[in-house]
Ligand binder design. Structure first.
Ligand SMILES: [Zn+2]
Ligand SMILES: [Zn+2]
Length: 344
């Protein structure tokens, strides 16, 4: 099959021909119809992720059609339209048994722990646990955009933040994750404030439901406290930077929740956290890490009912041949919507 492969970290990936994957007994092989290009892939290519063995094929935001099935798979057929969470559970550990496959102790991540979806075919482990059926009405490019940024935001806002109608929610960083969070929190009935450095992203945040949009060069913390009359109930760092993380914590009202969604890797792996406020005001700090397959139903229902429209967050559609360049430029924040590979 054709695939995008890199042999060294930080060296330009190449389009190469490699052997087609075979399904494991409990796994499937998916013919990739669409796959998103994500900042996590860039972190992987930079060498920030210790799971990756070289040579490597990135790609974890995929949707497609089941091409081959292992002998022990019960729930799926060749030809089924599917997607997967970017974290796949093992099915046997204590976290999987508790339904928390997103923090599985032996998790598999396509494009990290094994070869990913910048390819014509991708193998998926434990298919009965991890594969999600797509509604007929959903385009593959839209479905590919759900698996990482959108699902992560859904879990951050709905499951971790437990955002309720009437609450104030601040979203620091209005890239793919942040704009998803703006849309989801607004659909949940919250008053959302988007924060970003880019005026185009701020106007998109308002189009997607934000009631206020703040330039991150302004005094963000004071502005949010004033707008919300005391601070946000829930705030997300959707970028993954020490400044947005700190602002997110400091803009909360007492007993507010900070949710760290943006990855903090490399130079940002151990940021200074404003602990005095966390202690004095009983602030909660929560991580959010993907979303398990069994929670996709709630998200897909909101998409089908029209409350959520992830198709609005799909940006450029590119070919697999253009993927190496798109991947290497992921740290430059060039595009607003998600870049999705749709031809192979
Ligand atoms: Zn597990
Ligand atoms: Zn991703």
């Amino acid at each position: 099959m054709k695939a995008v492969l890199f042999e060294k970290f930080q060296e330009a990936p190449k389009v190469a021909t490699v052997a087609d994957p075979m399904p494991e007994a409990h796994g499937v092989v998916v013919k990739v119809e669409a796959t998103g290009v994500c900042r996590s892939d860039w972190h992987g290519w930079m060498g920030h992720d210790s799971d990756i063995e070289l040579p490597h094929i990135p790609g974890h935001e995929l949707a497609g059609v089941i091409e081959a099935i292992g002998k022990d798979v019960k729930n799926w057929n060749v030809g089924d339209r599917v997607t997967v969470p970017f974290i796949c559970g093992c099915g046997t550990c204590s976290e999987c048994n508790a339904g928390h496959q997103q923090v599985c102790l032996h998790q598999e991540q396509p494009g990290f722990t094994h070869w990913g979806s910048f390819a014509e075919y991708v193998p998926i482990h434990q298919a009965d646990l991890n594969v999600v059926a797509l509604p007929e009405s959903m385009a593959f490019a839209t479905a590919a955009s759900l698996g990482c940024r959108f699902a992560t935001s859904f879990r951050a806002v709905i499951d971790q933040g437990k955002v309720r109608a009437g609450q104030w929610v601040a979203v620091h960083g209005c890239g793919g994750v942040g704009l998803s969070a703006v849309m989801i929190a607004s659909a949940a009935g919250a008053n959302v404030i988007g924060v970003d450095i880019d005026p185009v992203k701020l106007s998109l945040a308002k189009e997607l439901g934000a009631v206020a949009a703040l330039d991150s060069k302004s005094d963000v913390v004071e502005a949010i406290k004033e707008i919300t009359k005391g601070g946000a109930h829930v705030s997300l760092d959707a970028l993954g930077h020490p400044v947005t993380m700190t602002n997110s914590i400091l803009c909360l009202r007492p007993r507010g929740k900070h949710i760290q969604v943006g990855l903090m890797l490399g130079d940002y792996a151990a940021p200074a956290v404003p602990m005095p406020k966390i202690v004095a005001q009983e602030i909660e700090l929560l991580g959010s890490h993907g979303m398990q397959a069994h929670r996709y139903g709630a998200m897909l229902d909101m998409v089908e009912s029209g409350k959520l429209d992830p198709a609005r967050l799909v940006g450029n559609k590119i070919s697999l041949n253009a993927a190496p360049e798109a991947l290497m430029n992921m740290d430059k924040f060039l595009s607003i919507g998600a870049t999705v590979i749709t031809s192979f």
